[in-house]
Structures are given as C-alpha cells and as structure tokens.
Design a protein around this ligand. Structure first.
Ligand code: ADP
Length: 494
C-alpha cells in the first residue's frame, strides 16, 4: 500500500483539528474537536494539556476512520500550533506540573512592565525581535517555577521539561522519546536569539530558567521523531513543525522576499516575508523567524489588527443588523457607498501603527439617512483600512512594496471586503483554492522532508488561486477615502 497522504495536526487555541492532504495538496478528510477554555481568575487563561493531547489524537483517529485507511498510508505528520502557550511537565512521569498557560493570559503583565521600566526593551527586542509582553513564553515559565510548589527545585535537578504546544505533542506522540521544538515556535518564547539561532544565555539568566528545561531546536522541515506504537500501529515520522502564522505563510507559498499574507479571522494576522534579513521595525511590529529550509533562514515581519471579523460578529450579535456573517456582503452591496459613514472599530484600543490601548470605537458621520447597510459597509471597509495601515507600516520598515496580497481566514470569503482591500492597497489580492493555509503549511513542511514533494518549486506550481481581486478604483479616489479614514482615526486618538 502506498504512502499517499500527509496528516496535518492543527492544534489551535479553541480546537484541535486533523486534516489529511493528498499529493495534489487537496483536503481529503478533516475533523475538529473543541476543548475547554479555563479561566481561573480575571486575566488568567489556561488549557488542560492532557485535553489538548487527547483531543488532537481523537481527531487524528477520526480522519483515518473517515477515509477508511490504515495509518501506514500516511507518509508523514506535520504539526502546527497555537504559539507561545506554555507547558511544563515532569520528564519521568510525563505529567504536567500545571495547566498550559495560554498566550492570551495576562498574569505576568506587571512583571513585563517592570522589565520595561528597567530599560530592557531594546536588549530583548535586539535578541528576539519581540516586544516585551506577557504573550510570550518566558515570563509564563518563570511564573510556573515561582508559583507551583516544588517546581523550581525539581527543575534545577533537570527533571522538568518546558515546551510550547508543538513540543508537548511531539513528546507525547513519541512516548517521551523526543523533547524538541522548531525554530519558529522557539522564536516566540522570548528566550531564543533569532540571529545566532540558539537559546540565549543572557535571557535564560535574566528569566532565571534552568537551561535543562529547554527543548532541542530543529529546522521546520526535517525529521523530529517517529510516533510510538502506542498511538498509531505504524511508526510515522513527524517531519514538519511550525507555529500557526508561520505555517500559514508557508501554506500560502509566500516563499519569496516581499510576499505577504493576511488571515482575516477574529483579528487580522499579517506576515511579510523579508527574506534572509531580520528587519527591525520602527512601528513596533514583531520580527520573527518564518522558517529554516535547506539550511537557509527566512525572516518575517508580523503585525495584527485586533478587531477584524469580530466587527462583523458585533453587527450580528450586538446590533443584530445581520443574521449571519456571510450576509454582511449582500447588505454592504445594497448601497452605493457608506453615505459618509466611517467606522473605527477600536473596541479594544488601536494597535499598529497607532498603539493606543485606551482608544475606543467610533461610528462617525451619522445622518438621518444612515441605515444598517451603510454601517455594515463601513465596518467591512474598516477591516480593509486597518489592514492597509499595518501593511503600509510594514512596507516602510522593510523598504519595499508588495506586489500582491494572499488571503485566508473566515472573512476572506467576503468578496466585497477583498475587492475593497485590493482597491485600498492598490494591489492584487489572491484568494487560494485551499483556504486552510495553516494546516497546509504544516503538511508541506512534513511532506518536503520525506520526499513526498520534491521541492518548493513543485509545491508552488500546484498552489492555485481561486479568485484574484484587481484594483478597480483610481488611486486618486482611494487616496481621498484613506485620508477620510485617517481623519476619523485622528479623532479616535484625541
Ligand atoms: P478565528 O480563527 O479567529 O476564529 P475564522 O477564520 O474562523 O476566525 O473567521 C471567523 C471570523 O470571520 C468571524 O469573526 C466572522 O465574523 C468573520 N466572517 C466569517 N465569514 C464572513 C463573511 N462572509 N464576511 C465577513 N466576515 C466573516
């Protein structure tokens, strides 16, 4: 029987998914399972590591069953995961010493403020490419060592292991044989030097973390470990690992310098491939490792829009203007323009490039003639404008402009929004046939390592655009609209 498939494990923040891809990069089966979000106190967000693992295994079994194939038909496994989420476990027992502290968790923000006050931002950003923030793993590991009784002592004896979710899955899938992570996940821990490609001794000392806890770091598309006989009946190589945004960039085949993707989910996540150069941002974007392939490191700039598809959710659930997110498109197109409405959805403050945490949302220009269609249209336009602002700032940092934008995520299905994005950026917007860029990227990494695909060129030639949006408005007309948007943003910032 041929090894005709790649199994991608996509371990996300709210659910675990498994997807089987064939040689053409087509989805053959998919399963998803949600798991518990644990909120022990305000600002605390945790997951049960055992549940992360069991949900992941159960969806893997489900896709094999759906296809009625034996696991020896799987050539390799690729893993992609929620980044930064921190798990510490005992090497002997394999048991976590505490719940997984999720990337969203803010319990260490006071400690982060203190580090900023001590003037460590520039040192840390220089080494890691990251802004000091509670998101990243380092302060979460320290919290566990300082707060879980006995943890520090056991760690100092070399008995505890730290891992992001990828490491935790690899450890369990290999039945405790491999304690590894990949370079993209490592680059989100705030402990990894993205220039020397090593755990940084100064940072390990600063955060007071025993070096013995840290996993070995590997490139993205290489052999990590075999699955143990406990889970699958055949040994399957795990040979592709990457954090979710990096995997999405690869899944979109943004493999050359200057290529960019935007994922339109609850928020928007934008990544720009900056080639072999780690660009330091002047706009507080993050510099991160995209991947390492064939010994070459590719870097990326990363920026996000806090409120993307969430504004559509608010129109649906908060204002009850629409029944479904999809119907926002039809409603927006039922009017010729926004009738002068500009909507700045700064529900949780404004991010890049404005950075004002206490900013709040505004709907500007309401008249007696304003309808829900105008407001809905303005909300969708705001997603495009906010993405534009991040992308412009990134281009400024990188010193070049992008030729097109590749898109995915739930709201990328909205044709009005995608056309607007093409117009505002004055750039073509490409929506691929397979919108599951994240798991596809993990599958590609895994498949490349085992010769399932020969090289990146082969994959590039099979990656297909479903629809391309070409700018239709004149740059002058769009310039005017962008000015009006910025005028509204200025009012919000006041
Ligand atoms: P996440 O991974 O963040 O949960 P998804 O990629 O599943 O997000 O996308 C869901 C988001 O996209 C929701 O916020 C939803 O409001 C929005 N959305 C989904 N479909 C559409 C659509 N056709 N038009 C506009 N927004 C949409």
């Amino acid at each position: 029987m041929g090894k005709n498939y790649i199994l991608a494990l996509d371990q996300g923040t709210t659910s675990s998914r498994a997807i089987i891809y064939d040689h053409a990069g087509k989805i053959r089966a998919m399963a998803q399972k949600e798991f518990r979000q644990i909120f022990p106190k305000p600002g605390f967000v945790e997951h049960d590591p055992m549940e992360i693992y069991s949900s992941q295994i159960s969806v893997a079994a489900e896709v094999l069953a759906q296809m009625e194939i034996h696991d020896n038909a799987i050539a390799a496994i690729g893993i992609t995961n929620q980044r930064e989420t921190t798990i510490v476990w005992n090497r002997k027992t394999g048991k976590p010493v505490y719940n997984a502290i999720v990337w969203q968790d803010r319990r260490t923000s006071a400690y982060c403020d203190q580090l900023k006050k001590e003037g460590l931002q520039s040192l840390i950003a220089g080494k890691t490419g990251l802004e000091i923030d509670a998101y990243f793993s380092a302060t979460k590991i320290r919290w566990i060592l300082d707060n879980v009784p006995g943890a520090r002592k056991t760690a100092e004896k070399g008995e505890l292991a730290f891992g992001t979710v990828d490491s935790w899955l690899i450890w369990n899938l290999s039945n405790g044989k491999a304690h590894l992570t990949d370079i993209s996940n490592a680059s989100r821990t705030m402990l990894f030097n993205i220039h020397s490609m090593k755990w940084d001794e100064d940072l390990i000392r600063l955060f007071d973390i025993p070096a013995s806890m840290l996993p070995g770091v590997k490139a993205n598309s290489t052999y990590f470990a075999d699955t143990s006989g406990l889970i699958f009946s055949s040994k399957i190589p795990i040979s592709g690992v990457a954090g979710d945004q990096q995997a999405a960039l690869f899944g979109q085949m943004c493999v050359h310098k200057g290529m960019m993707k935007n994922t339109y989910g609850t928020g928007c996540f934008i990544m720009l491939n900056t080639g072999n150069k780690a660009v330091r941002s002047k706009n507080r974007m993050l510099t991160t490792i995209a991947w390492q392939l064939c010994g070459e490191t590719t870097y990326a700039l990363e920026g996000s829009v806090f409120v993307g598809g969430a504004v559509v959710q608010w129109l649906r659930d908060g204002l009850q203007f629409i029944k479904t997110a999809q119907s926002s498109e039809k409603l927006a197109l039922s009017v010729e323009d926004t009738g002068g409405i500009i909507f700045v959805p700064a529900f949780t403050g404004l991010g890049a490039p404005h950075w004002k945490q206490d900013a709040r949302g505004m709907i500007y220009g309401i008249t007696r003639g304003t309808t829900r269609a105008h407001i809905t249209r303005a909300a969708l336009e705001a997603i495009a404008y906010q993405s534009y602002d991040v992308i412009k700032a990134m281009q400024q940092d990188a010193g070049f402009t992008v030729e097109n934008l590749r898109v995915d995520g739930g709201a990328a299905a909205n044709n009005f929004l995608m056309q607007m994005q093409a117009d505002v950026l004055h750039t073509n917007v490409q929506r691929p046939v397979v919108l599951e860029s994240t798991s596809l990227g993990a599958a590609y990494f895994a498949g490349l390592a085992v010769g399932f695909w020969q090289d990146v060129k082969e994959i590039e030639s099979q990656w297909k655009v479903e629809k391309e949006f070409v700018p239709t408005q004149s740059p002058e007309a769009i310039e005017k609209s962008i000015e009006a948007w910025h005028e509204a943003v200025r009012r919000v910032l006041q």
